[in-house]
Design a protein around this ligand. Sequence first.
Ligand code: PBE
Length: 297
Amino acid sequence: MKKLSLGLVALLVMSLLVAGCGGNGQQVADPADQTPAERFGGRVVGIEPGAGLMSASEVAMEEYELTDYTLMDGSSATMAAALGEAIQNEEWVIVTGWTPHWKFAQWDLKYLEDPKGVFGGDEQIHTLTRMGLDEDMPEVFAFLDNFYWTPDQMAEVMVWNTETGDDYGSAVRWIEENEEIVNEWIPEEEAAEKGNVTLIYVPWDSEIASTNVVRAVLEERMGYDVTMLEVDAGAMYQGLASGDADAMVAAWLPTTHGHYVEAVEEDIIDLGPNLDGTAIGWVVPSYVTIDSIEDLQ
Ligand code: PBE
């Protein structure tokens, strides 16, 4: 009997100790006493190093003097996973984000205000081709020139991709359910000879959606074979300029990819926007009580 109660006391003391400690053995601080940097774990969760969003984020760190934060490299997938995990644990988190993106359909999120305008305003996504595609494949060139859709339409495909994991299947479904829109993209004059078209892209969720939709139209509706070349941002522009790829539908302009396009301007053809109204910036769950990048310090 005596032994047992001693054991009980020991157990009680131990559980009190455990309750007072975080998982890593540190004292759990009252959130009210923490600085914003502490509440955010001192990090901004980034994506692929070559993304325009990442270079803009580096500028933001400097412009807003966020010396207590580190911008973490990662990928679109690790960014989304970190966001989901933080929301699950009701923790504060900052991720590098963009619109269109399925995460806004999945969770309640907000962009942090950017009073210094580091992330630019609304942008467009342009379609670019290699030199000579207009002469080599006029039917494909005309289709790419006509390709145009809305942020909501792109986001719909992105949501299906997260639900099914079948990127090409979602694209095929979308072009079947939106036949009239697709009909307007396909030129009247059909080429006598078809061939292979190489689309170059970076596996950002938005570009996975758009590139697969373009591929689906070329394969299912126009009779072409398509190769999808997955690279990083710099290689995407180089690959197009060198003629290793035929086209891309992933040029975020004027800000996000402005420096990339400038470098290859003479060696590519810009077919103009395929989508209007994108945005980039820093995104937090809506329950975070900070609204502006200015207040992160
Ligand atoms: N993104 C998606 C890209 C462009 C498309 C915003 C992550 C970027 O930052 O370069």
